[in-house]
Design a protein around this ligand. Structure first.
Ligand code: DGY
Length: 334
């Protein structure tokens, strides 16, 4: 291990991160200059040569060959994200490179966004907003025709007392499930690699994926993206869902076969979707999912509150500093 000052490559120009790092005299920072733009992969690799650590975003891919090209000085990869599917963790382990993430910082904000998307999909907010913006508030309601109040374009379905299927009951999935159960009296089903023993008093039933899909009014994805979960929600899975059900994804776009989802929404074999994540990101505005009336897509903002983003930056910096100093990381992935 080198002695300070340590050299840290920061792949995204985030003023808060730079301000915090500037307070630490043990660190020399090299930061990719362009604001809000991912660092080109070749430049990332080239500028990491000779660095002790690299502070990355979920948009930066770290593979074994990237690590080899960076060279042996890099001691730590610290990602400003909870997800780490963009980092080849076994390759880091094999090279003795520590990996840190920001778990523990963003579960509440991300669960809150999943709740927001749940309501948006169930209450048809995307299409209602478009109609309102176009001056279409539905036909005037003659006082004597009460049933017009049930105008099918704007009628959604209730969230309270629904059955919610949570795919992946980790930190974020559990927080979402608690919000849905204790806030809206929903019945919780969940699936994942194994049944959990301690759910902190949350009544939830472990089921297999087909059962969860068949019984849920709301299916919310919270599992990591891996080879096992890529396209977990494909055409067959979507066919298992109720026609009245909605799909929520705040995890990773790759978990869903988007063409199959667009087809299911167009054919109305499910009622709606709320997506914080897509493949790719940004999703081209010509994509069929943007044509689906009851599909609300937001640009990967699950953790996007000022407080949460600052906590994530602080944690990622702490991971990087600890890794460069050869100390245990506060949030190690391995
Ligand atoms: C996370 O932290 O994994 C969020 O999805 C942002 O990448």
């Amino acid at each position: 291990m080198e002695t300070p000052p340590w050299k840290l490559l920061v792949t995204r120009h985030i003023p808060y991160v730079l301000e915090q790092l500037a307070k630490n005299p043990t660190i020399r920072v090299d930061c990719y200059e362009a604001p809000d733009t991912p660092m080109p992969p070749d430049e990332l690799t080239a500028r990491a040569v000779g660095c002790d650590g690299v502070l990355i975003m979920h948009t930066d891919k770290i593979t074994g060959s990237v690590l080899d090209a960076m060279g042996p000085t890099v001691q730590v990869i610290s990602t400003i994200s909870a997800g780490y599917d963009h980092v080849d963790v076994p390759a880091c382990r094999a090279r003795g490179v520590a990996v840190g993430n920001t778990s523990g910082c963003l579960h509440v904000s991300t669960a809150e966004l999943a709740v927001s998307l749940t309501f948006a999909a169930k209450r048809r907010l995307a299409e209602s907003h478009k109609c309102a913006a176009a001056g279409d508030w539905g036909k005037p309601l003659p006082e004597d025709v009460a049933h017009v109040y049930c105008h099918p374009r704007f009628c959604g379905s209730d969230v309270s007392n629904c059955t919610v299927g949570v795919v992946g009951l980790g930190e974020i999935g559990l927080t979402y499930a608690r919000m849905m159960h204790f806030g809206f009296q929903c019945r919780i089903l969940y699936t994942g690699r194994h049944e959990k023993t301690d759910l902190g008093g949350l009544p939830a039933t472990f089921v297999d994926l087909p059962t969860l899909l068949a019984e849920s009014d709301i299916v919310s994805l919270h599992c990591p993206l891996s080879e096992a979960t890529r396209h977990l929600i494909d055409a067959g899975a979507l066919r298992c869902m109720k026609r009245t059900a909605v799909l929520i994804n705040t995890a990773r776009g790759g978990i869903v076969d988007q063409d199959a989802l667009a087809a299911a929404l167009a054919a109305k074999t499910i009622a709606g979707a709320g997506l914080d994540v897509t493949t790719p990101e940004p999703l081209p505005s010509s994509h069929a999912l943007f044509q689906a009336p009851n599909c609300l897509i937001v640009p990967h903002i699950g953790s996007a509150t000022t407080r949460t983003r600052q906590a994530m930056c602080d944690r990622a910096i702490a991971n990087a500093v600890a890794g460069m100093a050869g100390r245990p990381l506060p949030s190690p992935v391995l």
